[in-house]
Design a protein around this ligand. Sequence first.
Ligand code: PBG
Length: 332
Amino acid sequence: MKPTVAPFPAARLRRTRASQAIRDLVRENTLTPADFIWPVFVRDGEGLEEPIASMPGVMRRSVDKIAEAAVEAQALGIPAICLFPYTDASLKTGDCAEAWNPDNLTNRAIRAIKDAAPDIAVMTDVALDPYNINGHDGYVVDGEIVNDATVEALVKMTLAQADAGADIIGPSDMMDGRIEAMRGALEKAAHQNVAILSYSAKYASGYYGPFRDAVGASGALKGDKKTYQMDPANSDEALRLVERDLMEGADMVMVKPGIAYLDICHRVKSAFGVPTFAYQVSGEYAMIQAAAQNGWIDGEKVMMESLMAFKRAGCNGILTYSAPAAARLLNG
Ligand code: PBG
């Protein structure tokens, strides 16, 4: 559909911007707390909320505090929380067995949220990096990330999370064949309603820096993730990955990072029309916070503008560390 514009002065495009009421009437996109998935960091201990230096306002919370955060999310109208564990270095091993320990931090946090705030959907991250001695999302053998053995481990991790009560599984590992393997295993284990939100188009990005601090993986990581995460130069490849994941049984797909990849969000939504999410990642959050702290930008304004941009690009929702702050603003 082509927009028609009458000649001036029949058309004065400023007319529909003349007052707040008219601007409200003609607004094309909306943002609500229901658009958010709130990523949170879980740590050991009790009663703890530990600030993360590179992510002002974000905390690593002990499981009891995660449950409180879930209650807060429920009150704010945020439908989902995504869990990331800060795993003690002593639990990181070559076989990453802590990843499918039914009592690991993530699985304990899932159960605590389900107890405290049963209406919140719990999403989990599936990748080996929090548990891997070398910080990679997959097993490393002779310096190579091995695909198929990693997928087997990821399936065990998925099943442990589903058993603990996860509603949405979020594979962030970028291995090939993982969605099909996970979907098959979930079906077999009578977890047919556990959804998969695949990190389908995940780029090898510099924007993940603060996150790797937050989960304690930056010191551990050897090398880079370029043999599994995408080249930022590519866009057709993102469509192939999304299509492949949908064919393998993904219910929803994600583009990550967010703001620098709005073109990908738009292409994915236009091409497939499936539930599409963007991850506004740690580096994006840190950049807004840092500039705001210096008084160089209005932090709240830029946060809301960036979140709206995802909706405009076609996303159904956004994973964002700003979820509670944005929800509070939206709720007035
Ligand atoms: C790990 C994972 C990462 C993020 C989410 N899951 C980091 C990475 O791939 O190195 C990044 C999230 C963020 O930066 O906020 N599989």
